[in-house]
Design a protein around this ligand. Sequence first.
Ligand SMILES: N[C@@H](CCC(=O)N[C@@H](CS)C(=O)NCC(=O)O)C(=O)O
Length: 208
Amino acid sequence: MKLHVAPPSPRAFKVLAVARHLGLDFELCPVDLLNGANLRPEFVALNPNKKMPVLEDDGFILWESNAITQYLTSKKPEGGLLPPDPRGRADVSRWQFWENAHWDPACGSLIFERMLKKVFGQGDPSPVQIEKGEEEVRRFGGVLNGWLARRRFLCGDHLTLADFSVGAWLNYADRAQYPIDPFREIKRWYAGLMEIPAWRESIVKPPF
Ligand SMILES: N[C@@H](CCC(=O)N[C@@H](CS)C(=O)NCC(=O)O)C(=O)O
């Protein structure tokens, strides 16, 4: 199984951390986004969206990070990251959809403005975009914090894919300056995620 990834990205992180946590064998194929590796024909043949991560498994090609994490759990259902009962699974889906719809764009915009924009030669951070990003992180971070106040992990007492998908973005909370200071439950939960060996092992400092 091959994972085509740019490891510093939270979208790559969740895939790598899940694969490692489950103890799956895989080949890490680096995608150098800074040098446009995602635009090369051989990569576009894997994902016409020109985006990583992409999984390749014996002729099966899958893109979209959350779909990849679900596929990985099917290789080791006993790993416990995706509950077998319909409600438990729906709860995990809820948070993975939420992450894709709200949390990824909110956190991603601050990562882009404060960390990536200059590196990609797109000029200075835009105060308007930063204000918008901060507003969204406050809004959805408030939801996350309130939810976690009554739970150890996002879907209850056990670690699931939901924690990997949503928590991945917290790896850049300091560098991208998310306005999450008042959110104590998020911090408590994230400190717990940092105790997971595969989590720590998958954190990669970007080369800038
Ligand atoms: N919804 C997709 C988003 C993937 C994505 O946006 N990947 C970014 C890097 S973090 C990318 O490859 N961007 C390259 C580009 O858009 O040119 C997922 O979760 O897999």
